[in-house]
Design a protein around this ligand. Structure first.
Ligand SMILES: Cc1cc2nc3c(=O)[nH]c(=O)nc-3n(C[C@H](O)[C@H](O)[C@H](O)COP(=O)(O)O)c2cc1C
Length: 404
C-alpha cells in the first residue's frame, strides 16, 4: 500500500514524523511532501531518514527540464503511484486551496491531479477552525467524499483551549490504512456493539466493576466502521478514544446499558455483545456515603437484567453475537450460552491465558456457531480478531438463511 503524506505548515507538523513511522510500521510505503511553510517547522531530512526516500518540497525543483522531456512530471507521478493522499496537519490554508482548486505549490497541484482516496487531519487554533470560512471549506471537502479526521479538543500550543489539536498519530495512521484497505462488505448494516465494563454504585463514591478494558468492543467497532457499517457503540466507562465514524452512547450501569441496547435494538441488523455487564447490583444504593463504623459489613445484591437473553428473545432475524469469558471448557460453555441465550455465534475465550483477554492487545478466541461449526482462531491482535468475527458472521448469516 502506497501513501502520499502531505505535511502543512502548522505547529503539529512535527507529529507528521510519527505518522510516517506508524504508517511504515503497518506495512505502508510512504512518500512525503512538505509545503514551504511546513519546512519552517520540520526539516526534510527527518522524513528522508524515516522513509528512506527523497522528500518533495518544491513543484519546480522536483521536475527538471530533462524529467519533463522524458515525460516524468513529478506531481503526476506521485498522483498515479499512491493509493491514498493523507494530509496531516491539514492547515486552514491548505484546505482553502483544496476546496477552491488552487494549485500554486506541489501539494495543492498534486491534490488536483490525484484521483485516489483523500484523508485530511486538520489542526489549527480553535478560532481558525471555527471560522465560517474554514467550516465551509471542510464541508466542501467532506462533500467530495474525502475523509476528515476532526481535530481533538484540549489545550493548544497557542494557549487557547478547544478543538484544533491534531489527533494521536497512531489513530491517524490506522484510519489511513483502513481507508486504503477498505472492504465495503458491511455497507447497509447497522451494527450495535456493547463494550467495556459497567460500574454498579455501592454508595455515591464506591462501585462494583470488573477488569474489562473495552479494547475488544472498540476494535469491533473500528473494524465494522472501516468496512462501511453504521456502528452504534454502547460503552461502559473505559479509557479509550472512540473509533472514527461510530455513534457513541456512553453508559455507566447495567441498567443504563440495558436501556440503551433496547432503545437501539430495532434499528440494528447485527448485535455484538462484547461488554462485561455486571450480573448483580445494589438495587437502591444509599444516597449518602457509607461510614466506616461497622466491624463487618455485607452487601445485598440483586440480579441485573440479562441483556443478552432478552435480546435473544426479541432479536427476530437479526444476527446475535455473544461473548463468553471462561476459565475452562471453552466449547461446551460456548454451546451452552448459544442455546440458553439464543445467540447465533458465541466468541469464547479463556481469560486465564497470559497475554490475551482483559486489557491485553491480543486475543485468542474460539467461535462457536449456530450451524454447529466451531472455529478456533490463532492468537491475533484484537483488530484482526474483530475482522475475522465479521467475516464468519457474514458467512454464518448466508448459511442460516439457506437452511430456513
Ligand atoms: C508559529 C505558527 C504556527 C502556525 N500554526 C498553524 C496551525 O497549527 N494550523 C494552521 O492552519 N496554520 C498555522 N499557521 C499558519 C500557517 O503556517 C500559514 O497559514 C501558512 O500559509 C500555511 O501554509 P501551508 O498550508 O502551505 O503549509 C501557523 C503559523 C505560525 C507562524
Amino acid at each position: 500500500m502506497k501513501i502520499a503524506l502531505g505535511v502543512g505548515g502548522g505547529i503539529a507538523a512535527y507529529k507528521a514524523a510519527e505518522i510516517a513511522r506508524a504508517l511504515m510500521e503497518r506495512g505502508a510505503a510512504v512518500e512525503v511532501i512538505l509545503t514551504a511553510a511546513a519546512e519552517e517547522f520540520v526539516r526534510p531530512l527527518t522524513f528522508a531518514a524515516l522513509t528512506s526516500r527523497k522528500v518533495i518540497t518544491s513543484l519546480f525543483a522536483s521536475s527538471s527540464a530533462e524529467d519533463v522531456l522524458s515525460s516524468s512530471v513529478e506531481h503526476i507521478r506521485v498522483a498515479q503511484e499512491n493509493d491514498v493522499l493523507l494530509v496531516a496537519p491539514a492547515t486552514a490554508d491548505l484546505m482553502a486551496k483544496f476546496a477552491h482548486g488552487l494549485a500554486d505549490d506541489f501539494l495543492s497541484t498534486l491534490y488536483l491531479a490525484f484521483t485516489g482516496r483523500v484523508i485530511l487531519a486538520p489542526a489549527m487554533n480553535t478560532n481558525m477552525w471555527n471560522h465560517p470560512a474554514t467550516q465551509a471549506n471542510v464541508a466542501t471537502l467532506a462533500a467530495r467524499g474525502h475523509v476528515i479526521l476532526p481535530p481533538d479538543s484540549g489545550p493548544l500550543a497557542c494557549g487557547t483551549v478547544g478543538p484544533g489539536r491534531l489527533p494521536d498519530p497512531v489513530r491517524i495512521a490506522e484510519a489511513t490504512i483502513d481507508l486504503a484497505n477498505r472492504r465495503r462488505d458491511l455497507e447497509g448494516e447497522t451494527i450495535l456493539i456493547t463494550a467495556g465494563p459497567t460500574q454498579e454504585p455501592i454508595d455515591p463514591v464506591r462501585f462494583i466493576s470488573n477488569r474489562s478494558s473495552g479494547k475488544m468492543g472498540y476494535a469491533l467497532a473500528a473494524a465494522a466502521a472501516a468496512r462501511g457499517a453504521r456502528v452504534i457503540l454502547i460503552s461502559g466507562p473505559v479509557e479509550l478514544d472512540p473509533p472514527y465514524g461510530v455513534e457513541l452512547v456512553r453508559v455507566v450501569t447495567a441498567l443504563e446499558m440495558h436501556e440503551a441496547v433496547m432503545k437501539h435494538l430495532a434499528e440494528s441488523t447485527i448485535i455484538v455483545k462484547a461488554a462485561a455487564v455486571a450480573d448483580y447490583h445494589i438495587a437502591k444504593p444509599p444516597l449518602q456515603k457509607i461510614k466506616k463504623t461497622m466491624a463487618r459489613m455485607s452487601l445485598e445484591l440483586d440480579p441485573t437484567p440479562d441483556i443478552l437473553a432478552e435480546v435473544g428473545r426479541k432479536k427476530g432475524d437479526r444476527l446475535l453475537i455473544g461473548f463468553a469469558a471462561e476459565t475452562s471448557n471453552l466449547v461446551e460453555e460456548g454451546r451452552r450460552k448459544l442455546e440458553t441465550k439464543n445467540c447465533d455465534m458465541v466468541v469464547a475465550n479463556l481469560i486465564n491465558l497470559e497475554g490475551t483477554g482483559f486489557g491485553a492487545e491480543e486475543n485468542e478466541v474460539t467461535l462457536v456457531m449456530r450451524t454447529g461449526e466451531v472455529a478456533p482462531l490463532a492468537r491475533l491482535s484484537k483488530r484482526e480478531v474483530a475482522n475475522l468475527i465479521f467475516d464468519h458472521a457474514l458467512k454464518l448469516r448466508l448459511a442460516l438463511h439457506a437452511t430456513q
